[in-house]
Ligand binder design. Structure first.
Ligand code: SAM
Length: 300
């Protein structure tokens, strides 16, 4: 709409309105970025996160580690992981979600003596079929050679999409599922992620994972820095373990590591029956990173 006021007068009016708005905003403690529409910012951050996954060579940030071996998995995952893996037989299946270069699977299949550190996680003779999932393709020449020499689809690598986009028909089901700084640490949809993991797990199977920078079941150390924060429907803090314990048909065991660089929960989830349900968590905030910052709230 056109105004009939002279230009200088119109400019003064506009300046006054802007000044009043600035003062009102300063006086309102709730004003700020939290009041801006959340969705576009979350979408932007998720787009930034996608770019992190696609970085290659010297461009990969040093904190984005994609080649942990089986001995690292044995150290980082809850007690009992290595023994459980070593008990699997030739017709059993292991899924590693967020496998990166899938070095842990390569170590598991390394000829005896070649990977001494991971050896205790594999028993001599038959080994479980192993499946690696990564959003981006980080297969190495070593992976291609090993896959070709083992043949018979003993080890497989899926890439190009996140876990939630796979069906049980595509992947099958598993006795052991692992996630080391993979989807559990990076997903923007925590409850759907856990739901998918549990649908891929056989009854009697176990999911081994960890989550860094969280409120610990065993209590927090003062001055801790959090990456993943959960809250209940009333907005009060919820621990990742107390939320997981609300799922049906699972037994959840947590080992709190309060003295690690970031407070970290090592989590073991036993699937004990098939009628699984996971209380829904909605995403409130997401900040791209390695790992990202995330805040979720329990959907009432
Ligand atoms: C930091 S790397 C960790 C790689 C490996 N586990 C290790 O410790 O060396 C993160 C991995 O998680 C994958 N990832 C992140 N979110 C995922 C999701 N929702 N579904 C599947 N993979 C995911 C990435 O594509 C990448 O392979």
């Amino acid at each position: 709409m056109r105004s009939d006021k002279p230009l200088v007068k119109r400019w003064k009016t506009a300046a006054t309105v802007v000044a009043v708005l600035i003062i009102l905003r300063a006086l309102d403690p709730a004003a700020g970025w939290a009041q801006e529409p959340a969705e576009p910012r979350i979408d932007e951050e998720i787009a930034k996160q996608e770019k992190i996954y696609q970085r290659r060579g010297a461009d990969v940030p040093s904190g984005y580690i994609t080649n942990r071996g089986l001995s690292d998995y044995a150290e980082l995952l809850p007690t009992g992981f290595c023994d459980a893996l070593s008990r699997l037989g030739g017709s059993d299946r292991w899924l590693d979600i967020g496998a990166g270069a899938a070095q842990a699977i390569l170590d598991y299949y390394a000829p005896a003596g070649d990977a001494p550190a991971g050896e205790k996680c594999a028993r001599p003779g038959s080994r479980a079929r192993a499946v690696a999932i990564s959003i981006e393709d980080r297969r190495t020449d070593k992976w291609r050679q090993q896959a070709a020499s083992l043949g018979d689809d003993r080890i497989r690598y899926f890439f190009g999409k996140s876990l939630r986009h796979y069906s049980v028909e595509e992947l099958g089901t598993f006795q052991i599922i692992t996630d080391v700084f993979g989807g559990f640490t990076y997903t923007a949809d925590l409850s759907r992620f856990v739901d998918k993991v549990l649908s891929l797990l056989e009854v009697g199977g176990v999911f081994y994972t960890l989550v860094p920078g969280v409120h610990l079941e065993g209590g927090d150390k003062l001055g801790s820095w959090y990456l993943t924060e959960l809250e209940n429907a009333a907005g009060r803090p919820e621990k990742v373990c107390s939320w997981l314990k609300k799922c049906t048909c699972v037994k959840v065991t947590c080992e709190s590591k309060s003295d690690w660089k970031r407070p970290t929960e090592l989590i073991k989830v036993d699937k004990v029956c098939s009628d699984v349900s996971v209380p829904r968590m909605k995403l409130l905030e997401f900040g791209a990173g390695y790992p990202p910052d995330r805040r979720f709230q329990l959907d009432p």
